[in-house]
Design a protein around this ligand. Structure first.
Ligand code: ADP
Ligand code: ZN
Length: 520
C-alpha cells in the first residue's frame, strides 16, 4: 500500500478522523520519506499528528523532545488511552525505571518516547539511545532553539548536534506555532532542514476575532464582560502575580466563577486551580503567563489580556488558546499606555545582556504598534510573522470599526516636521511635550522651546498627542530606532506626507463625542 493511503488508514483507525487537515499529509509524506521537515501551523492546527502518525508507521522509535516536563505524563497518558504505546523519561523518573523504559523502547514495545531537551546535554543519554533504532526525532516548540524567538531555551541548543550523534541517522521534524521568517530560518539552519523543507499552513486563525480596547477602566470592563459571558470558559492574563490576586479577589467578590494561577502559589493550589478550570467548576482562569503552555482545553471562548504583554509572539500564542475547537472566539487586549512602563521595567531588570535587551525593546515597540494600529489586527500579526498578501479579516475590532475615517494630514505634518526639527534624536514623550508647548525643565535646558514647532499643538493634551504619535508609528509614518530610550525618525512614507504627496486618515472618537454632545 502507498504510504499516503496507509497514513490515512492510521488516522482513521488510531485517531478516529476521516481527513487530514491542511499541511498534515504533506508533513507526514516528507517524514516517511526520511526528509527533514519544519512544520509551522497555528495553535490547534494539529501539529502532534504530524509525528504521531509516522511514529506508528516507521520501524524504529520516535523520540519527542518537549519542554513541557510537567505535562509529559498527561500527554503520554492520553496516547495510551488511545491505544498508542508511548512513554516518557524526565527527572521525575528514577534510574531503574528509566532503564526499564529504554528497554521497552529498544524492544519496540513503545513507539514514542517523550523526553526533555536537557537530556541531550549529556552524552550518556545519546549513547543509550544509540542502542536503539531511532527512526524519527520530533522537536516540539522548536522556536525555543532560536535566540530571535520569544522563548529561547539554552537547553535547546544541544539539540542541533543530536541528529549527527545518533547512529541511526533519524529524520528530524521540528514543529512550532510561532516563527517569524528569521526564527524559521534559524530553526532550519540549526536542525539541518532544507529551505524547501518547510510545511507552512499560515498563521491565520479564522475563528478568532481580535480586539483592542483602549483606555477603559479595566475592572469595570472585566466585570461587565464576565457577567455577559457567564456560562463561557475564558482566560484573563495579567502581568504580575499581585495583579492576578487583585483581579481574582475583585471578581470572586462579584460571585463570578473564577480560578487563579501564578508561580507564587503552591504546587497543590495550582494543580487544584487548573482542575477547577479544566472541569469547568470555575470556567474562568485569571493567570500570569505561567499558565497555559500545553493546556489542552478546546472550548476556551475568550482570552483577555488585562495588560500589555511583552511581545507579539507571546500575545499571539496566549490569545491563540481561545477557540482551539474552531468555534468563534474572542482575543481581547485592554490597552493603557501606562502598562508599557511595567514591561520596560521588566526588561531593565532582566538578566539579559545588552543586545538581547535591545531586541526586547524592539519587540515591545511592535506590541505597542499593535495596540495603536488602525489596520486589520489579524493582518498586522500575519505581516509580522512574514505572511503577506492577506486580506483584512473582517472580524477584528479595527475591521468592524464603523467610525468615519477623518483626514488628519495636517496634524500628522505637524508631528512629522517636529520630528525632523528635532533631528530624529528624541523619543515620543519629548516630541509630544514640544508640540504641546510644555514648560518642562529639560525642554528649556535643551532650548527645544526655540523650535518653530514648539506649541504647534498646544490645544491638545500631551496624552492625546502621544497616542497620535503611536498611531503614526503603527501606521508606518514614523519608525523607532534604538533600545531603552527609543528615538523616532521618519519613514519613506512619512517623508511623502510631509511633502504633501500623501494623506493620513484616522478613525477617531471625535464624531461620536460630538453627536453625543448634541443629543444631550
Ligand atoms: P497543535 O499542537 O497544533 O496546537 P494539536 O495537535 O493539539 O494541535 O491538535 C489540536 C486538536 O485538533 C486536537 O484535539 C486534535 O485531536 C485535533 N485534530 C488534529 N488533526 C485532526 C484531523 N485531521 N481531523 C480532526 N481533528 C484533528
Ligand atoms: Zn481585521
Amino acid at each position: 500500500m502507498q504510504a499516503q493511503a496507509q497514513a490515512e488508514q492510521v488516522l482513521k483507525e488510531k485517531f478516529g478522523y476521516d481527513h487530514f487537515r491542511a499541511g498534515q499529509d504533506t508533513a507526514i509524506d516528507r517524514v516517511l520519506a526520511g526528509e527533514n521537515t519544519l512544520v509551522v501551523m497555528p495553535t490547534g492546527g494539529g501539529k502532534s499528528l504530524c509525528y504521531q502518525i509516522p511514529a506508528l508507521m516507521l520501524p524504529g522509535l520516535t523520540v519527542v523532545v518537549s519542554p513541557l516536563i510537567a505535562l509529559m505524563k498527561d500527554q503520554v497518558d492520553a496516547l495510551n488511552d488511545n491505544g498508542i504505546a508511548a512513554t516518557f523519561i524526565n527527572s521525575s523518573i528514577d534510574f531503574r525505571e528509566m532503564d526499564e523504559r529504554l528497554r521497552q523502547a529498544a524492544m519496540g514495545e513503545v513507539k514514542l518516547l517523550y523526553v526533555a531537551p536537557e537530556r541531550f546535554e549529556s552524552d550518556q543519554f545519546v549513547t543509550e539511545l544509540n542502542d536503539i533504532n531511532v527512526s524519527l526525532l520530533a522537536i516540539d516548540e522548536a522556536h525555543c532553539i532560536s535566540q530571535w524567538g520569544h522563548d529561547f531555551r539554552p537547553s535547546y541548543l544541544s539539540l542541533s548536534t543530536v541528529p549527527q550523534r545518533l547512529t541511526s541517522k533519524p529524520a528530524v521534524i521540528a514543529l512550532t506555532a510561532t516563527a517569524t521568517p528569521r526564527v524559521a530560518a534559524d530553526i532550519r539552519q540549526r536542525l539541518g532542514i532544507p529551505d524547501d523543507g518547510m510545511v507552512n499552513t499560515g498563521f491565520e486563525r479564522t475563528n478568532l476575532s481580535f480586539q483592542v480596547i483602549r483606555d477603559q477602566d479595566e475592572d469595570r470592563y472585566l466585570s461587565q464582560y464576565l457577567k455577559l459571558n457567564q456560562d463561557q470558559s475564558g482566560i484573563i492574563y495579567a502581568s504580575t502575580r499581585k495583579e492576578v490576586d487583585r483581579l481574582y479577589t475583585m471578581l470572586a467578590k462579584k460571585k463570578l466563577p473564577v480560578a487563579r494561577y501564578h508561580a507564587g502559589m503552591s504546587d497543590a493550589d495550582r494543580a487544584a486551580s487548573q482542575e477547577d478550570f479544566l472541569f469547568e467548576r470555575k470556567p474562568i482562569m485569571i493567570a500570569t503567563n505561567a499558565f497555559g503552555m500545553g493546556i489542552d482545553k478546546s472550548n476556551v471562548r475568550f482570552v483577555i489580556h488585562a495588560q500589555l504583554p511583552k511581545d507579539l509572539e507571546s500575545y499571539y500564542q496566549e490569545a491563540g488558546r481561545a477557540g482551539r475547537d474552531g468555534l468563534p472566539s474572542e482575543a481581547i487586549l485592554l490597552y493603557k499606555p501606562k502598562d508599557v512602563m511595567l514591561q520596560r521595567f521588566f526588561i531593565d531588570n532582566s538578566e539579559a545582556d545588552e543586545a538581547h535587551r535591545r531586541l526586547q525593546y524592539q519587540k515591545l515597540q511592535t506590541m505597542i504598534q499593535y495596540a495603536n494600529t488602525g489596520e486589520c489586527l489579524q493582518q498586522f500579526i500575519l505581516n509580522y510573522f512574514g505572511q503577506t498578501g492577506t486580506k483584512p479579516c473582517g472580524r477584528c475590532s479595527n475591521c468592524l470599526d464603523e467610525r468615519e475615517a477623518v483626514d488628519v494630514t495636517t496634524d500628522a505634518q505637524k508631528v512629522l516636521s517636529c520630528v525632523v526639527r528635532m533631528h530624529s534624536r528624541y523619543g515620543k514623550a519629548l516630541i509630544a511635550q514640544v508640540l504641546t508647548g510644555s514648560h518642562n525643565q529639560r525642554i528649556q535646558e535643551w532650548h527645544l522651546d526655540e523650535l518653530s514647532t514648539y506649541g504647534l499643538m498646544q490645544n491638545q493634551s500631551q496624552r492625546d498627542v502621544t497616542t497620535f504619535i503611536d498611531f503614526l508609528t503603527a501606521s508606518g509614518f514614523l519608525q523607532t530606532n534604538g533600545g531603552q530610550f527609543p528615538t523616532l525618525g521618519l519613514t519613506e512614507t512619512g517623508a511623502e506626507v510631509l511633502r504633501g504627496n500623501q494623506s493620513v486618515y484616522r478613525k477617531t472618537a471625535m464624531k461620536a463625542r460630538q453627536s453625543l454632545a448634541v443629543d444631550d
